[in-house]
Write a protein that binds this ligand. Structure first.
Ligand SMILES: NC(=O)c1ccc[n+]([C@@H]2O[C@H](COP(=O)([O-])OP(=O)(O)OC[C@H]3O[C@@H](n4cnc5c(N)ncnc54)[C@H](OP(=O)(O)O)[C@@H]3O)[C@@H](O)[C@H]2O)c1
Length: 275
């Protein structure tokens, strides 16, 4: 129960894998690469082992609450909690995908918002004093916010929005998208953007809540955009390598002991962005 431990979701490839690589080099403790598929996860562990790094592996499908609770119980038993949690797993229907928007909305929100929230629900109580929680969000979430109705913008920016309210709003978006009424509801036509707008807002809500419920524990919760990164999610035209995309999430994961900020912020290129 002595070592420190970092856990990265969806880290068998892309930015998550690069975050694990960087944490293996910079974090004094065990680093867990997690994946929904054991074979893909173990192959990724082996690829890092061939670079001389020693990540550990645990299965974690963020869309499966049993998988989340099993993993949470494992980290509680073995480490007494978690020091660093990086919520990185995510999906995107690419531009030009012909999947009906209603389905894109439901599937995207399911992984990027509701599953990420389930991970937070089960892991936040395990975060040790001095812990760091990083939610990998996106600038597209900020753009979605500015494209939303004034009433929605007011709620998503307010200091008194609650977790229940943001969950209700995300569900409302899905329900309205299914009826093709999301535009009348004030939402932009971007499921990915709305999911990340919800995730960034949830990060802010949880940071505020922790500062009330665990004021002396010094836990920092932030969201960030990794930048436009060359992964399977995007295209090879993107600006950054996965290792470059990992820089801001890793910066937030390794904020030094005693740091009090950033807290409940959204960052890009290590800078706090307006919300
Ligand atoms: N690339 C960019 O330019 C960019 C920009 C802004 C934000 N982001 C965000 O950065 C994060 C990583 O994206 P990426 O570009 O690295 O994409 P990626 O290469 O497609 O990797 C996504 C990862 O998430 C995993 N994942 C998806 N659903 C999961 C589930 N239910 N349970 C567990 N893991 C799951 C995938 O696992 P499988 O291999 O099993 O599918 C994969 O490991 C995402 O949250 C994304 O929204 C990316």
């Amino acid at each position: 129960m002595s070592s420190r431990v970092a856990v990265v979701t969806g880290s068998n490839k892309g930015i998550g894998l690069a975050i694990v690589r960087a944490l293996c080099k910079q974090f004094q403790g065990d680093v867990y690469l997690t994946a929904r598929d054991v074979g893909r996860g173990q192959a990724a562990v082996e690829s890092l082992a061939s670079e001389g790094l020693k990540p550990l592996f645990h299965q974690l499908n963020v869309s499966d609450v049993n998988s989340i609770t099993t993993a949470a119980a494992f980290f509680k038993d073995k480490y007494g909690g978690v020091d660093i949690l990086v919520n990185n797993a995510g999906i995107l229907f690419k531009t030009g995908d012909t999947t009906p928007f209603a389905i894109q909305a439901e599937e995207t929100l399911k992984v990027n918002f509701f599953a990420a929230r389930d991970v937070l629900t089960h892991f936040l109580p395990l975060i040790k004093a001095g812990g760091r929680v990083v939610n990998v969000s996106s600038m597209i979430g900020s753009q979605a916010l500015s494209q939303s109705s004034p009433a929605l913008q007011q709620r998503f920016r307010s200091q008194d929005i609650t977790e229940d309210e943001v969950v209700g709003l995300m569900q409302r978006f899905v329900n309205e998208a299914k009826k093709d009424e999301h535009k009348q509801g004030g939402w932009p036509t971007t499921a990915y953007g709305v999911s990340k707008m919800g995730l960034t807002t949830l990060s802010m809500i949880l940071a505020r809540r922790l500062s009330i419920e665990r004021p002396n524990d010094g836990i920092l919760v932030n969201a960030c955009c990794p930048g436009w990164v060359r992964t399977d999610m995007t295209s090879q035209d993107a600006h950054k390598s996965p290792d470059e995309g990992a820089i801001t999430p890793v910066y937030l994961a390794l904020l030094p002991p005693g740091a009090t900020e950033p807290q409940g912020k959204f960052l890009s290129d290590k800078e706090v962005q307006p919300w």
